[in-house]
Design a protein around this ligand. Sequence first.
Ligand SMILES: *Cc1c(COP(=O)(O)O)cnc(C)c1O
Length: 225
Amino acid sequence: MKTRSEELRENLDSIKARINEATKSSGRNSREITLIVVTKTFPASDVKILYDLGVRDFGENRDQEASVKSTELPDDCRWHFQGQIQSNKLKSIANWADVLHSIDNLAHARKLDSLVSSDANKDIFVQVSLDNLPNRGGVVPKLLAEFLDEVSAFPHLNFRGLMAVAPLGEEPVVAFKRLKELSDQVIKVHPEAREISAGMSNDFEAAISQGATHIRIGSQMLGVR
Ligand SMILES: *Cc1c(COP(=O)(O)O)cnc(C)c1O
């Protein structure tokens, strides 16, 4: 029987090989890709194994779980929050998360900005809706430019780029192409925000083909939740 450590090493090797293939076939370099392993629901023991295998970027979506888990890992981990934000949890999230991928609400951005001290700016991605259904999260494209003008003005938030989840019932590559086009527009106004957080276990190759720089992989690495 395989140990958990062997299993995770094989999965990591396989994901890395697929990232290499996907970047090569779109004329990109795998060094452009930050692999975030989404460890939500999995124990700190798994995160430690991944850490020993060289992973430093971890994704979580529940404050209660991550605030505990993050204290059990060394300080050089980067913790990414990519879940739905509740305003009353922001203070706690700001304590452990280095990067927030799911900013889609101005009040949350304002509150986060006020919670952060000036020597510890937070990196943020602004989530956009690729299906125009705001209840699934994300700013609708029509309102994006105005939203970004306001968000990029907060002094303690570093706007890094756009984040999205592929809508159900559409070819991911088609949706991620729209995301890339939005990103190209955004970069003209916010040249510092060049990154794209897109792609999960089932669609990361499509996301890489459309310019993703941060991919968020859970189940392909750790198993079904
Ligand atoms: C859970 C989650 C992921 C990882 O999903 P997998 O399909 O398990 O790879 C990525 N992004 C977001 C926003 C998530 O909630």
